[in-house]
Design a protein around this ligand. Structure first.
Ligand code: IVH
Length: 707
């Protein structure tokens, strides 16, 4: 941890928050009495808590939610007599009702939040005044935007992982947390001395921006609605009911503090020592912690981290400033918002005001109708944005955004533009609520509703919009990657009636491509050779390109390990599937297996695969040839513990390249368990079931046997 040494950054780098919520609230409710406003806010916050935690379907952005909480806290401070009136302000509670609960030995408190320089300096001044001595140091840490977790180790062994819940009791999600790579089951001895009898280590479970993007790609491929931001994705993932599915999502964890510690003498004396001890135990800790010892430097640090956060691989929504010395913390005491020795400074969301010009409906590859707001272009966090998804029919109805409305746009999780509020005070009296179409805008087929009514679909596979999206997907970089076949070219080919399904690409003649004109196709030769080249795309790319619901990239890669080529995959039928025991080998899960069988039940889907195979597509057996001659071909492998010579991702890729398959949990179908450092539960399970366990050296030898 280095002392800060950074160039001065101007205060203007840190924006001061002006909120649409406050505008909307004061416009809509000009002379509401404080007690009525408090009641409204309490009810609203409780409703948003339920939407967020129990239904995983938030309606408002995180900053909007914080604003409601802030407004309530401010009103309660100004009217202490009303703060006591039951029902008390809703506390935060993330329990989902779907997991057993467990009590924290020491409560998990929240933190007071501040939003501007003055409030942060007041915090610094207050704590300095209360401690009243020289040499006070604070630690500034990034505030990771995930979900809070408390992991308990008893005599050095991990016994449970529990969400914050209501602060006293949370969801016991141990099984899911155990899938997190790099989380040791046992505290490393290098932490010094004996492990404490009991220690609660507090941290954040989160997803990187890359993992978030990958999950959403897979969800889209599977026809499922994408997550709005990495935090929602992490919250949803941590509460999946299948640990194997959690393992595939790539959750991460970083620790920043302690709860209960027995014996108390084992508790480090400062925040710096706490982070060092947690790291020495082999646990991941928050990085970029900075020690500061004056208010000016604190503000510079906060601004500098604010500049840096856009480049971080993981989402942050602020910084946490903590008094370093644990003994002095007691002097500051607690408030209803949390301990008074720390504060969370939240960065202003990147927000802009604009006007909606149109609401259009997009029809996706799987037929889902997505409403999109088109607005006057605005600069937001370094890019110009002119449109934002309104997600689905229900989300649009809840927001009640209308053509002509003045709206506020933010970047959700700093990446995806989103309309967070409508300025109803400036709405034209002539405006009318948007009427969601009952027929598909591309083909006029009557739409159908699924998933509780929110998702509306066009059921016609022949719908021209779906046909185009499917072709775009097949040609995309994520699938067979035909350079030069973008939406405009595909649109022109479909319009002329030359292409209807992906197999038609391979029947295109030179004269036809030339006939499209130079404004659509830059180089006919380049396009034709890219189409030809795509015939030798790896088999998984072709399978992925077919766009089978629930078959995303990962499943496609798995399928490609058991079929020699596309023709063999095309022969798949219900009887085959079971007889060959492929479902069992692949461990696809019931829903995916059903989706595959359902897709193959359609004669035209089978014909398409045969047609493609007949054109020589997916015949390239590189993946498979390599696989069948390797020692890991067709083997089911479980990785546990930390490997010394390979990163986990690299190990997974190499097993896959060798034709093997990596699964999260040990079962009788597992061929090998590869045990690295701190192997944990999976090792015990392997021994119990008699599954062969190999160490890293033997595993590397097996990989080397791969040509
Ligand atoms: S310290 C007494 N440090 O932010 C509470 N929290 O209320 C001590 N968070 O949901 C929390 N990064 O999970 C702390 N470096 C960090 C953090 C952090 C993220 C979360 C925490 C909680 C919220 C603070």
């Amino acid at each position: 941890m280095a002392k800060l040494c950074r160039p001065w950054l101007s205060a203007s780098a840190c924006l001061v928050l002006v909120t649409a919520c406050q505008l909307a609230a004061s416009d809509a409710l000009p002379e509401v009495k404080p007690e009525a406003r408090i009641a409204i806010l309490r009810a609203e916050i409780a409703r948003h808590d339920a939407l967020y935690f129990r239904q995983a379907a938030p309606e408002i952005s995180d900053s909007e939610y914080d604003r409601l909480k802030e407004e309530l806290a401010a009103l309660e401070r100004a009217h202490p007599e009303l703060a006591m009136v039951p029902p008390a302000s809703p506390g935060f509670d993330d329990r989902s009702g779907r997991f057993p609960t467990a009590r924290h030995s020491e409560p998990m408190l929240s933190l007071e939040k501040v939003y501007d320089e003055d409030a942060l300096r007041s915090f610094y001044a207050r704590v300095s005044r209360e401690i009243d001595r020289d040499g006070i140091t604070f630690i500034v840490e990034p505030k990771i935007d995930g979900i809070a977790i408390s992991v308990t180790y008893e005599r050095g062994r991990l016994v449970r992982a529990v969400t914050r819940g209501d602060g006293n009791e949370g969801d016991n999600i141990t099984e899911n947390v155990l899938t997190i790579e790099g989380l040791p089951r046992e505290l490393a001895a290098r932490g010094g001395g004996d492990a404490p009898e009991l220690i609660e280590i507090r941290g954040e479970v989160y997803l990187t921006f890359d993992a978030f993007a990958r999950i959403n790609r897979e969800r889209e491929a599977a026809g499922e609605p994408p997550f709005a931001n990495p935090r929602n994705a992490a919250a949803g993932t941590a509460r999946l009911d299948d640990p194997d599915a959690v393992a595939g999502r790539g959750l991460q964890i970083a620790f920043y503090g302690l709860g209960a510690c027995e014996p108390a003498s084992a508790r480090p004396a400062s925040q710096q020592a706490t982070l060092a001890r947690i790291a020495a135990w082999g646990l991941p800790v928050v990085d970029r912690a900075v020690v500061v010892c004056d208010a000016e430097v604190l503000w510079q640090t906060v601004c500098a981290l604010g500049e840096e956060r856009a480049g971080l691989a993981y989402p942050t929504d602020g910084v946490v400033v903590k008094l370093d010395d644990i003994a002095w913390r007691a002097k500051c005491g607690d408030s209803p918002q949390g301990p008074r020795w720390a504060v969370a400074y939240k960065y202003a969301p990147r927000r802009a005001a604009t006007r909606v010009r149109a609401i259009t409906i997009q029809v996706g590859r799987t037929g889902v109708l997505t409403p999109v707001a088109e607005f006057d272009p605005v600069d937001l966090a370094g890019s110009t944005v002119a449109r934002a998804s309104l997600h689905n029919r229900d989300a649009l109805a809840r927001l009640d955004v209308r053509v002509g409305d003045a709206v506020f746009v933010e970047k959700a999780g700093e990446i995806i533009p989103e309309i967070v509020a409508v300025d109803r005070g400036r709405r034209s009296p002539e405006s009318a609520a948007f009427v969601f179409p009952e027929t598909c805008p591309a083909c006029a087929t009557a739409v159908v509703s699924g998933e509780g009514g929110a998702l509306v679909r066009c059921p016609s596979e022949a719908c021209p919009a779906q046909v185009r999206r499917r072709l775009e997907h097949f040609a995309s970089m994520a699938a067979v990657n035909i350079a030069g076949l973008g939406p405009a070219t595909i649109g022109a080919l479909v319009e002329r009636g030359w292409v209807d399904d992906p197999a038609d690409f391979y029947r295109l003649e030179r004269a036809q491509v030339l006939g499209l004109g130079a404004d659509v196709v830059v180089s006919s030769d380049a396009l034709l050779s890219a189409i030809e080249r795509s015939k030798s795309a790896e088999l998984w790319r072709v399978i992925h390109g077919l766009g089978i619901p629930r078959v995303g990239e990962t499943t496609a890669r798995d399928l490609a390990t058991v079929y020699p080529d596309l023709a063999a995959f095309g022969d798949l039928s219900a009887a085959d599937f079971d007889a060959a025991g492929r479902a069992a080998v692949l461990d696809l899960g019931r829903a995916t297996e059903q989706a595959l069988l359902f897709w193959f039940a359609e004669a035209r889907h089978r014909a398409l695969v045969r047609d493609l195979a007949g054109q020589g597509v997916g015949a390239n057996a590189t993946y498979r040839a390599q696989a069948s001659s390797s020692a890991l071909a067709g083997k089911v492998v479980v990785l546990t513990g930390r490997l010394e010579h390979l990163e986990r991702d690299e190990a997974i890729n190499r097993i896959r390249a060798a034709g093997g398959r990596v699964v999260a949990s040990v079962s009788r179908r597992t061929d090998y368990v590869v045990a690295g450092e701190n192997p944990g539960e999976k090792l015990a399970r392997a021994r119990e079931l008699g599954v062969p366990v190999i160490e890293e050296a033997a595993f590397l030898r097996l990989l080397e046997e791969t040509p």
